[in-house]
Design a protein around this ligand. Structure first.
Ligand code: ARG
Ligand code: ZN
Ligand code: CA
Length: 424
């Protein structure tokens, strides 16, 4: 009777906590890529390149920290897409900055809690040499803060990628070969975050983080208030597995993280030894960013994890393209805000026919008289190609001088009605 009562009590008490700490990434992986042979093939390729890279560096390393085939230091341009329904989810710029700082601290071993790592593991804790900077140039070449906000009518999100498409209330990824995309939104309460592994489909590549565990300042929710959900998910995005390999005493393909029977939660005290997994007297490396402990109780990546991440940036491997990203250079397009059709909160021009080949007719919705307004047509890179003053409310424009492609339309005056069309 008493045991039953204790069990029931434990169940009520623990279930919500456990449920809340499910790892989004593993659920996501099980649902998606494993069932697609093309992606499995691509990820297999990543694994082979990674294994070759690691074999190569363990030969050249011998007391020397420079790694052949990879830039000395790696800088990853980041775009943060903030999707908010309630105003509190529209987190401040400062909250975003605090997350970028946390990422830089954790990946450069500059985190101020590094001293908490037990001495037996301290020599394994490593500066991964990976830096994160908010993008300065958007995919159209315009200056950006690297923070992309959008109000959405969807209240909560799941690990199903809906936040990555405007057709389902989200916002499209910026070229994932050039940016680390982070979507911050109101993920349902069981998921703190999830990530795609390298080698998956390009249009959904990136990480998703619940708004109130993103960053260290602002509206952050203890015990996930040190930005480590993002550190953990970016670890997955850079090919790191959980330290227990997601099965009992499994393998994370990293030589210097001890075997672990399972994950740890909360804040264990050292040593945390799990019987049956033979991981020695030091036990689990529960303070590794790829375990499930609380933010205040995770502090390190190992050298083995670093090498596994860096392998992705070598020539021929999937994250190499980030090293030549244009996102941190100079903006090259100084025309106005992109004529992006945001059906949720902007009125857009109507173009007919679309796709076009000869004349198009342009009209704006009710209450928007186009007569006398200047209609301007821009190329996708923001070059002004045609400009004409509308003689009536439904001006016609000859597009026969334009090459095949996508074009943007703007109208002069206070209401900068955007529009776009495709030339056949
Ligand atoms: N994917 C894991 C989850 O959704 C992230 C765990 C991160 N851990 C942390 N202490 N923030 O639960
Ligand atoms: Zn995880
Ligand atoms: Ca290991």
């Amino acid at each position: 009777m008493r045991t039953l009562f204790v069990c029931a009590l434990l169940l009520c008490f623990l279930t919500p906590v456990f449920a809340q700490r499910e790892c989004g990434t593993v659920n996501y992986l099980n649902k998606s890529s494993q069932h697609n042979p093309l992606i499995a093939e691509k990820q297999n390729q990543v694994d082979q390149l990674t294994a070759a890279f690691i074999k190569n560096i363990t030969q050249v390393m011998e007391g020397n920290d420079t790694i052949k085939g990879v830039a000395e230091s790696i800088t990853i341009p980041v775009v943060v897409h903030i999707l908010y329904n309630k105003n509190e989810e529209n987190i401040s710029d400062d909250q975003v900055f605090s997350q970028i700082e946390a990422l830089n601290n954790d990946f450069r071993k500059l985190n101020n809690d590094i001293a908490k790592v037990p001495s037996v593991f301290a020599s394994l804790a490593t500066d991964c040499g990976i830096n994160f900077v908010l993008a300065k140039v958007d995919p159209d070449g315009r200056a950006t803060t690297g923070i992309n906000r959008k109000k959405t009518s969807r209240g909560t999100w799941l690990d199903d990628d809906k936040m990555k498409f405007s057709s389902s209330g989200g916002t499209e990824a910026w070229d994932t070969r050039q940016y680390l995309n982070i979507w911050v939104c109101n993920l349902a309460s069981t998921i703190l975050g999830y990530a795609t592994f390298p080698g998956g489909p390009e249009n959904v590549d990136g990480v998703v983080i619940r708004w109130n565990v993103f960053g260290t300042r602002g509206k952050v929710w203890a015990p996930f208030d040190k930005g480590r959900t993002t550190t953990h998910e970016v670890g997955h995005w850079l090919n790191l597995k959980h330290t227990w390999g997601d099965i009992s005493c499994g393998d994370d393909d990293v030589h210097d993280t001890p075997k672990q029977r399972s994950y740890n939660r909360g804040c264990p005290s050292f040593p945390k030894i799990n019987a049956g997994c033979d991981n020695g007297s030091n036990g689990d490396m529960f303070m590794n960013f790829m375990d499930f402990t609380d933010d205040a109780c995770m502090q390190m990546f190992t050298t083995g994890q670093k090498n596994r991440m860096l392998a992705l940036f070598a020539q021929g491997n999937v994250r190499n393209s980030l090293l030549s990203s244009k996102a941190l250079g100079e903006p090259w397009n100084n025309t106005d805000t992109p004529a992006v059709v945001n059906t949720e909160n902007k009125q857009t021009l109507n173009v007919f026919p679309n796709p076009a080949d000869g004349f198009i007719t342009i009209s704006a919705g009710e209450g928007n008289d186009l007569s006398g307004k200047t209609i301007m047509i821009y190329s996708a890179t923001g070059r002004l190609l045609l400009s004409t003053v509308a003689s009536g409310n439904r001006p016609q424009i000859n597009t026969s001088s334009l090459q095949a492609g996508i074009y943007f339309i703007r109208v002069s005056g206070s209401q900068k009605l955007p529009g776009r069309f495709i030339k056949k």
